[in-house]
Write a protein that binds this ligand. Structure first.
Ligand SMILES: Nc1ncnc2c1ncn2[C@@H]1O[C@H](COP(=O)(O)OP(=O)(O)OP(=O)(O)O)[C@@H](O)[C@H]1O
Length: 243
């Protein structure tokens, strides 16, 4: 698993170099324009920007779910843009966890079984080890009493914490989150944010989170602000330095 490799705080984990994504068509649509930055190990970074500024499009490129029209994403210094789909899928499975605004848990599976699914796909652990790891992850997020519940039997915040546990299943180095608290009330937002913060602090996993919530963004280490698909360099400093 990715988590077995040594991790040095701050060393480059992911680099975006000149990332551009243009949707072809009679009138081409530019989603992301010439975006470059580096995410270090153990960083908690917000991506902010107005609606339609390209935040989700950028996150899909970073997560190797979409290919750039120009530029590249490097993970641990290795270029990914020329890799075949099969290799990209493997990198995603081993190294990147995804959390979306809506949890996308499988409704017919328990919380624990949902968390075990990525482990089953990776195949690095025995079924018994998978069960133990899934139970431990859920316990860490205050869900010890809910491991056997179906998603429909959980609150919105609990479901989202199960989704975060699932994202951590294969001990990725990086979590990409698209509006992870976007569908939650303020109390559940705090719980999920605390969960994400504890992952960064305790495991050194890096998190890049798209958010509309400027309060949450200001509590992350760094903010990348997009306008019309490009980085607004005036706002790249951490909020504490800028303000
Ligand atoms: N498949 C598509 N076809 C046409 N336009 C698209 C497509 N996907 C995205 N766009 C446009 O590209 C721009 C960037 O979209 P994106 O979803 O990345 O923005 P966003 O900042 O995440 O927006 P929001 O905050 O509203 O979720 C928007 O103007 C959107 O309408």
């Amino acid at each position: 698993m990715a988590g077995d490799r040594p991790l040095v705080q701050g060393t480059p984990l992911l680099e975006a170099r000149g990332l551009t994504r243009i949707l072809p068509g009679v009138v081409p649509v530019t989603l992301v324009q010439n975006v470059s930055f580096t995410i270090g190990c153990g960083e908690f970074v917000a991506i902010t920007g107005p609606s339609g500024s390209g935040k989700s499009s950028l996150l899909y490129l970073l997560g190797l779910l979409d290919r750039p029209t120009a530029g590249e994403v490097l993970i641990h210094g290795k270029a990914t843009h020329t890799l075949p789909k099969k290799d990209l899928a493997r990198i995603r499975l081993e190294q990147i966890g995804f959390v979306f605004q809506f949890h996308f848990l499988l409704p017919e599976f328990s919380a624990r079984d949902n968390v075990m699914i990525p482990m089953q796909r990776l195949g690095a652990l025995t079924p018994k080890q998978q069960k133990t790891r899934a139970t431990d992850l859920l316990k860490n997020f205050g869900l010890a009493d809910y491991v056997d519940r179906l998603p429909a039997e959980l609150s919105g915040g609990q479901r989202q914490r199960v989704a975060v546990a699932r994202a951590l299943a294969n001990a990725p180095r990086l979590i990409l989150a698209d509006e992870p608290t976007g569908s939650l009330d303020s109390r559940a937002t705090e719980q999920v944010f605390d969960t994400l913060q504890s992952i960064v602090t305790e495991t050194g996993t890096s998190i890049v989170a798209v958010t509309h919530d400027m309060d949450l963004a200001s509590r992350m280490q760094r903010r990348i602000h997009l306008v019309d698909g490009a980085i607004d360099t005036d706002q790249i400093l951490p909020p504490s330095v800028r303000d």
